[in-house]
Design a protein around this ligand. Structure first.
Ligand code: ACO
Length: 396
């Protein structure tokens, strides 16, 4: 678009504008392809652990057994929160959304580690990376414990990453907590599926905030807030709310689909559609299978799963959704899995944040080390008043 000062591209929502170059994640939305550092997502999911995938995203290569053991041990050593930080959780209202608690606590990490915040000091970046990976699961589980009025546990560093998180979340001080290996494996795989997705809303936020040379904690905390919204990370929570609503009002799926097609305000088929995937989301098929496995394992015969499957079937055969290329995204079934694992709806987006964390870190590090990075500063097309003279208040 021509302006008096030159050409400006108007691309609301950045539908067709790249903000950076990146060597981390490749997506071909038409072909349904997602690769981390060149490795197809279906080969990583189920084969590489979440920490292994985090290493891949952050350092660019799959770790050797020795490198992974060393990385794992470094992360385990930092799972404890500063004792003063533990006091924070008492200050939030009991019904606080855990995403709000998470973003506040991640932001607060920069108050505890002020000596290691320089974005251009590789040692500072390295220790911040490890601190984030180690402490975010502890923060997330403390936010949950606070919401149900239970005492927080200390991390058990004999346990693996996901096992430790499950124990911190569901364990109680008076009893031993036995981690269900199937639940741990599926949760680990779901974290892998969410670990990066190139320049989505939260990752772009992390990069934008970081482009001002804000530290890693400040940038990641902004990413958590971006993920909070129902059109992004909040979608898995919104799917369950939608399924519950249909179930409670008698289970009439066709009536709900008609409301979506009429575009009633606020009524969308949550968990469907994606800015980039226009054929299918390669993560969705993996998640659908995992949903069956976990529900069988936990013995839950959740009527919402049957409802979701019927809803998917109806939508996939309906011209409204076909013509708009709307398919289930990764979040259509994740909420059902998290529910079967025992997580309350409010924790779903937090689980997404746990998964997306290594992606945010990898993208921030790539951004800060890229000599082409400039502070993010989009232009606008001004549509307001032309110049006018100030009117004193008595004349208005
Ligand atoms: N239900 C009903 N209609 C939809 C949906 C949906 N879930 N998604 C898009 N549409 C319709 C729009 O109304 C629009 O119709 P129109 O052409 O008649 O105006 C058309 O499809 C195109 O939609 P846009 O909103 O332009 O698509 P966009 O790429 O901007 O949005 C988004 C993508 C935000 C994901 C959207 O599909 C959506 O809101 N989905 C539901 C929320 C959701 O599941 N989000 C998770 C995304 S994945 C993730 O964050 C991991």
């Amino acid at each position: 678009m021509l302006k008096e000062t030159g050409y400006v591209t108007l691309d609301t929502g950045f539908v067709n504008t790249a903000s950076c170059t990146s060597a981390i994640t490749y997506i071909d939305g038409d072909a349904g392809i997602l690769r981390y550092r060149g490795y197809p997502i279906d080969q990583l999911a189920g084969n590489a652990s979440f920490l292994e995938t985090s290493y891949l995203l952050i350092y660019g290569e799959l770790p050797t057994a020795e490198q992974l053991a060393e990385f794992d041990s470094r992360v385990r050593k930092h799972t404890l929160l500063h004792e003063e930080m533990r006091q924070f959780f008492g200050g939030f209202p009991r019904d606080a959304h855990p995403m709000a608690v998470l973003s506040s606590a991640v932001s607060a990490l920069s108050t505890f580690y002020q000596d290691a915040l320089d974005p251009f000091n590789p040692e500072d970046v390295e220790i911040s990376t490890v601190r984030l990976l180690a402490k975010v699961p502890t923060i997330a589980s403390y936010a949950y414990k606070k919401s149900i009025g239970q005492p927080a546990l200390f991390p058990d560093n004999n346990l693996g990453y996901v096992e430790n998180f499950l124990r911190l979340t569901f364990g109680v001080p008076t009893e031993d907590y036995e981690v269900d290996p199937v639940v741990a494996k599926v949760l680990d795989m779901l974290l892998v599926l969410h670990a990066d997705h190139e320049q989505n809303c939260s990752t772009s936020t992390v990069r934008l905030v970081g482009s001002s040379h804000a530290n890693l904690f400040a940038s990641v905390s902004a990413g958590v807030n971006a993920l909070f919204g129902p059109l992004h990370g909040g979608a898995n929570e919104a799917v369950l709310t939608m399924l519950n609503g249909i179930h409670q009002s008698g289970g009439d799926i066709n009536a709900f689909v008609e409301r979506v097609k009429k575009k009633e305000p606020g009524v969308k088929l949550m968990g469907f559609g994606h800015r980039v995937y226009k054929n299918y989301d390669p993560r969705a098929a993996i998640v659908k299978k995992a949903a069956r496995d976990v529900l069988e394992r936990t013995g839950g015969n959740d009527p919402l799963l049957e409802l979701a499957m019927k809803l998917e079937e109806i939508a996939l055969a309906d011209d409204f959704f076909i013509s708009r290329k709307l398919y289930p995204n990764v979040d259509f079934y994740t909420g059902l899995i998290y529910k079967a694992m025992g997580f309350p709806t409010k924790m779903f987006t937090v689980l997404f944040a746990l998964g997306r964390l290594p992606g945010w870190i990898a993208q921030w590090r790539e951004m800060i080390n890229d000599p082409a990075t400039k502070i993010g500063r989009p232009r606008q097309l001004y549509t307001g008043e032309a110049e006018r003279a100030f009117l004193p208040i008595e004349n208005r």
